[in-house]
Design a protein. Sequence first.
Lengths: 336, 195, 452
Amino acid sequence: MTEEQPRAGGAIAALDKQPVWNRHHVLDLDDFTPSEIEAVMETTDAMMEVLGREVPRVPALRGKTVVTLFYEASTRTRVSFELAAKALGADVINIGASGSSVQKGESLYDTVRTLQAVGAQMLVMRHGSSGAPYLVARHVEMNVVNGGDGWHAHPTQGLLDIYTMRSHLGDLRGRRVVIVGDIAHSRVARSNIWGLTTLGAEVVVCAPPTLLPYGMRPNGSPLEEPLALPRVDVETDLDRAVEGADVLMALRLQLERMTSGLLPSLREYARLYQLNEERLARARPGALVMHPGPMNGGVEISPAVARSLQSAIEEQVTNGVAVRMAILYLLARGKP
Amino acid sequence: MTGRTVLTAEDIRRAVGRIAHEIVERNRGLDGVVLVGMRTRGVPLAARLAATIQEFERQAVPVGALDIGLYRDDIPAMELRPQIRPTEIPTDIHGKRVVLVDDVLYTGRSIRAALDALIDFGRPASIQLAVLVDRGHRELPIRADYVGKNIPTALNEDVQVLLEEADGRDEVVVMPVLSEVEGPVLNEGPGEGER
Amino acid sequence: MTGSLALRGGRVIDPANGLDAVVDVLIAEGRIAAVGPDAGKDATQTIDASGLVVCPGFVDIHTHLREPGFEHKETIATGTVAAARGGFTTVCAMPNTEPAADTAAAIEFVLSTAQAEGAVRVLPIGCVTKGRQGKELAELAELAAAGAVAFSDDGSPVADAHLMRRALEYASMSGPDGRSLPVIDHCEDPSLSGGVMHEGWVATRLGLPGVPAAAEEAMVARDIALAELTGARLHLAHLSTAGSVELVRRARAGGLPVTAEVTPHHLCLSHEAVLLGTGETPGGLAYDTDAKVNPPLRTPEDAAACLAGLLDGAIDCIATDHAPHAVEDKLCEFDQAAFGISGLETALALCLSLVHDGRMELPALIEKLTVGPVRALGLDRRVEALGTLSVGAPGDVTLIDPKAEWTVEPERFASKGRNTPLAGRKLRGRVMATVYGGRVSFSQEAVSARRR
């Protein structure tokens, strides 16, 4: 192969248009350029091919140790990372909050320093505190992948959602993506907002004001600071929000929102904000239905819509493995 | 540009034609022959070989594309374009005679990776290797079955294969490795891949 | 104390006496003996103060010394050395220790420990309620008799409005001279609070639960209503929002006995410090736990409103809210980190940035660090002429070089608390020496050459 010789002259112009990746951690999508997202998408295509093989396993990460450190319960994200790492030939160690030193009160700092000392090269972490992976990244040499931190970010979910949307809609520029549900407490919403706006999509968030963060509430001051979350359209009326939508993404409603006084009742929430067939009919024909899971069937999404032909929910799960393979692979090749 | 042209477009056309004939000759026809181009420039070369063979044999040969990125044992410390793409093998290769096609044969490490990758798709009856240029300096016991041209090179030289499909013109040039002041320099270590 | 100490030829700024002139300050027998041209020519010891500013020792009415109970965070000994390094000669110790300073014995412990080990004067503040639980009044009169200069449950508000009313009423008879001691409230409505930083665009970006400005303002408004009801002395700690400043401004215009303070960090920093931090930040987000403080750093507009309040007299003084913490209290997840900034050693330099930016005059700043806080809490009733260079005042003097540049290196702090959002930041203006009771309690190396 000789294609990777940009110094040599002649073929440079074409090569320069190719994606560039120079990243040691994946903490959020807020600092991804369009070409970095492109690199992940292209690499994910290759990983989908690998996953389609009879024996979906390649030796790309042979000899590397990937640790998944999950302080919060998670099935799909943790399993998805584990499958991804194994498909790339890495050794995988799974650590949950229970049954480890974490339970004995060891600090996050001490835990990750220990993991590094025993030889882990890549750390995938899920933590209930926003910003926890940033603390870790500041103090370890390992590659850190954020598998979800508090309300803040879930970059691999954002990337798999984008991959799923692109595989149906192609270029996302100008596409109308409606995210409905608990925006205020959603890391999925935040990462999608960053990724989608970077790609030029038009993002609409829809929720009652009690589930919207500062800067998105009706009558509140909008986010105008240069470092603020990108501006999105805000709707409190789902029937209006879904008009002309290309993608409808429902978020999981944490049931404790009821007890903390943010919502009067599940019944009222479902009536106002459930993604149902009637609302789907108001969207653009063939609009994609998505949900990051796990679903509260009959609350934020009707079972019929979740299982409809327009639903990409299962596809999201499959794509999740490929996207995480791409991320692990790209990080392993990135700068040390 | 200080490169010297070692193959012109016409030279390349002739080399492809000759290899096409050799493939048919060596395999006594096209039964069970599958061409697999190695990304990136092995792919258009494989396509040209298939087209040439079709011309004189009036028979289509299956052509695949192989990406070895996930099989390399030499992940560079820092590579600006870590692009990998799907491998496309159009047919079951079990029991087939696979001809791997690449542009330049150098250390042999890419071919080693390609063999691993290919075998993950099945157990071919045989694997042969076709390259446009063999520039020497092998680090593994690998040799090509079909060679467009042997070009002796120094270690501090690059061989650049330009193809119409990827680069807008056909030419092979040899040029000295540029000094580091020329901007982003990729990993130079031995075993970094074919050059 | 034998002999005398003269600070010669400095620019003497004594806001209480309206003095700003190049003169000498003579200290004898631990007290200010004379201020004037050549007043120090016959002193036994002199410090050449030419080119420096000489002013009364700073007074911090809001300091957490952590002892007893949290000696790993700070002790009375280390905290008072930090105070001296910051130019402070008097600090008021907050009672949120373990046990809390809710008994006469606890007040006496602070006073006696400070007497034995302290580098500067410590004036204790007693609790408002027993154990700071917000349930029953502490024995305020006994605390006052033991030496408490004010009452506060700082760290927590007195959440129950009825109890706050009774505290104000009861405190109004508890002073040593029969006059009332102030109740200092930490204004935070707990039912509106519960967040870990200011509720604004940074919190939205970082996915952190916010504390709205209204959580403070609701409590400020309640306290002002209670001050009006009771006529008692109310002091509001660490104001942080534009709305709070406006509420206090209006209350004072109405003649209510309400005073207020603001911290250097609420004047000079904003919630962006949490986002950006200092040093290397992978991913570009700092989640800087050293900028986590209660009340939270707010918007630049809030900071500007606090400064305006300080300048127009709505706010009486600057107080550090020095809140030292151990490394592990801050080397953790943001929402789990302790609130607080170690502020004594950076207070002056941070505030001087306002002077350098032309937003405040130097004499005004010095007033807000000296006589301003003394008058806010009425400390001059306890220590005569505190915060001034009047003849007979305590021999507490601070020498500053307003132009000296230095870099904040927390590892060189005298405080055990290295928790500052200013680490690595270059600041202009430095305390060169601190004289407490006529003795040099701290001096920069450069000053030794000036001593004779």
